[in-house]
Ligand binder design. Sequence first.
Ligand SMILES: Nc1ncnc2c1ncn2[C@@H]1O[C@H](COP(=O)(O)OP(=O)(O)OP(=O)(O)O)[C@@H](O)[C@H]1O
Length: 646
Amino acid sequence: MVTSTSSYPHATSPVLSRITTPARILRATPASYLDGPSRRVSHPPLDLSRTTTTAATDDRFQSLQEQISNIETARAADAARLDSELAQERAKRSDLQASHEALSRELTAAKSQELAQRKELFLASDELSAVRQRHEREVSELQADLRKKDRELRELNEDLRMYQGDLERERETVKGLKATIAQQATAQLSLTAQITAMQAEKTAFQAEYDRTAGSRADLALQLERTLRRCEELEREAREGETVRRKLHNMVQELKGNIRVFCRVRPVLRSDIISNAALVASTSLVEEITDGTASPDPEQEAKMREEAMAQLAYPDRLDRKEIVVCSSSESATGQERKGEWQFTFDKVFEPHSTQSEVFEEISQLAQSCTDGYNVCVFAYGQTGSGKSFTMEGGQTEATAGMIPRAVEQVFRVADELKTKGWQYKMEGQFLEIYNETINDLLGKGEFDKKKHEIKHEAKTGRTTVTDVNVVPLSSPTQVRTLLQLAQGRRTVAATLMNERSSRSHSVFTLRIRGENALTGESCEGSLNLVDLAGSERLEKSGAASDKDRLKETQSINKSLSALGDVIAALGEKGEGKGDKHIPYRNSKLTYLLQNSLSGNSKTLMFLNLSPLATHLNESLCSLRFATKVNNTSIGTAKKQTAKHAPS
Ligand SMILES: Nc1ncnc2c1ncn2[C@@H]1O[C@H](COP(=O)(O)OP(=O)(O)OP(=O)(O)O)[C@@H](O)[C@H]1O
């Protein structure tokens, strides 16, 4: 191979260095020689001594020329030698190139051979790995097979052990059975003896039974007769119930007037405390209120006594009377005593429960399934227990008249299904606040719609425009609706009751029934009204508050309109001609027109506070209720129709 240094041998060759040395000399020498004469030409002074110097210089020049020709000769010899050396070098180089090419060819051949061998090697290694994989697969299959065989062997060993155990047990059992058979054989012998004795006994009993069979047939006959009598009595009882219902309705119809139930609520703990605040030491009251002290039972009984009005219930049998007593001091210091007796259809004492009260009105509530318009309203001053009576508390025991009446109507409607009656019920819940009707079952926060009351002369049905009338399917649904409505009621604080309701609420359940068997149909309604507090203006503490004043004035207006309507109905009932009934004087009376007129059954709850401080209000309420109770508004009429049975 020829390297780059060997391609240029002259650069470092001793031949070249020998050539360059005289050349250098040559370049230096003529230059210095030329420099010398030129300087001498421009500056030297022309004198005689100069002639000698020129001859010496010529000699020197000549010797130099000789030297140059010598050098030239040597140089030519060198050049010839160099040429031959160069030719040799070139020959060497071409040899080297030839051998390089031969080697390159050999290398290429060796490379392609190596490539071929590598390919063969790859193929061989692929084949080897395939063989190896096949071998591994076969080995693992053999191992799995071996494991399976091991497992089977273990299982077989297990089975063998189990069968050996079973065999042992069976042997034991057989041994036991053999012993039992031996015992049984002995027992069988004694049983056979017993059977023989019992058969003898049975023969004796059979003889006895044959003797009593005759009297048993007599007893069966008697039993059959008694059962028949029972059935007859049950039928009579059912018929009696129907007659009783009819008579009950007749009694109600004949009675004709608005019935009044008076209910006195119990004294509450809060009543005792607020009364004590008025009459007893304020420090004690404060301590009781903030929980730092509690009165002992004797003290509490005394405080209760002081808070209570003097109310008596002399009629223990029929529970129809209430007597109010009062004693006060006159201006002259003399004791002034007063006693007022009132009689109503029923008087409920403070301890009366919701279910006791409902028992008295349940028949009335039921009448609406027979096609009557029924109206129950609660009247009384704020805090006297109207809402408690009508709506009641959250528990089963404290549920008021509305949920109980609704439940009763649903129950009766369900029972009447067996007699072919199918009922559809719907409900609405309205509030009259400041002589405006609000839909308590409406959607938004507050009802902004204007509602109008309409009476259908033909059907006697009362409707209110733009209110939600909800189809009712279960008492639970009604309870949910009542809760929804309760949340929307307008509640404002007054001095009388911290959660005082300042509006009238009217819940209406309309029920339509059809009897596919008899072709009858009927339509009734149940109106349950919780009136706003009836207290007079100065008591409500409203006089100083403009809004409260307006509320109280509208409440009083509608309640006195109610009184006027009842009075007018009374006069009409006494046969005083075509007396005008001022239903339109208030929204309340106009809404209840069809439930107050002679076509309906009306009941008023007079709710009374038991407190001495409310005695004057209670007397006003009692007088109003007496007027109502003495009013005869005619006979209730059932709204029925007869159509062809489907
Ligand atoms: N029979 C009762 N048994 C127990 N608590 C009663 C009874 N009657 C009323 N209360 C209680 O007396 C308080 C006042 O009753 P309620 O709110 O029903 O009076 P109201 O006449 O409806 O008053 P308002 O006119 O403000 O609605 C309530 O705390 C209520 O729970």
